[in-house]
Design a protein around this ligand. Sequence first.
Ligand code: HQG
Length: 281
Amino acid sequence: MPPETRQTQQTLSDAWSSRPKRRRLNPNSETSAGSGNRSHSTTEKDQAETSPASKKRRSNPPTTPSSSSTNSIHKSQTTTPINASETRDELNTKTSQTPTSIPNPNPPHLKVTHLHTSLFASPPTTLLCHATNAHGTWGAGIAATFKTTYPSAFAIYKSHCASHSHDPSLLLGTALLIPPQTTSRSATERNARHWIGCLFTSVGKGRQKGSKESILEATGDAVRDLLGQVAELEGEEGIGEVRMCKINSGLFGVPWEATREVLEGVEVAEGQVGEVVVCSL
Ligand SMILES: Nc1ncnc2c1ncn2[C@@H]1O[C@H](COP(=O)(O)OP(=O)(O)OC[C@H]2O[C@H](OP(=O)(O)O)[C@H](O)[C@@H]2O)[C@@H](O)[C@H]1O
């Protein structure tokens, strides 16, 4: 395989705003989809592979407070009034003891890097993300390859969509996190040990696909949902890198640069994975 080359793109964008958080998804197993509240699945009696999570990939937001912040939480944490009788030394001591837990007014955003390789060439424990519709079909594009490569994961996705068939639009802007299916009938799927991240960026497909604006808005929400789910998992089940293809840029018809801008506008909370690697051929 030719050496992989990365190109970091660190343009930050604050242009994207979050919609109200959607409710947490149901579990995703083939046998229990739609019946509970866990945000990730197990299926076929599988449990996810447990490799150590790579903490170094996690974002460490700076904690330096800013006096110019308009953040309401920040503003509520007023400093203790200083008694006129306090000495300069005492004042200095107070200053050095300023709490460092003040919310960061400038949280980091998702870092988007690029890798020239097939998404499917990713090492075990990688989380592979792609854009999906809410009707339970991975019929074309990269989704079709996901379907043939990861048949057990597809069954979970299909079941998850079926459990929302009364109102598929509930899935818009959410994510489905599917653990590696180590007892899959497919040796390829068993050996790959890939996590799959389904980003519901459009309810429909083909002529029924969402507008560009709707897809982009749902992309931001779905990625935030996914990062939250991944953060909940850490410590239990290991996820390596988070990777994706150039989502939305094929059948969904959204220019990649527009999606990339949305990704780079996603704020990363402390403890969340702070980087996504975009794979393209
Ligand atoms: N091995 C590989 N490694 C890395 N990148 C690869 C690759 N193979 C292809 N790509 C690229 O992956 C991008 C996405 O392009 P796609 O058209 O697939 O996806 P999309 O996100 O626009 O659309 C989603 C809807 O497509 C399906 O629809 P159906 O249900 O089948 O009707 C779904 O289910 C959704 O509904 C394009 O840049 C491809 O070059």
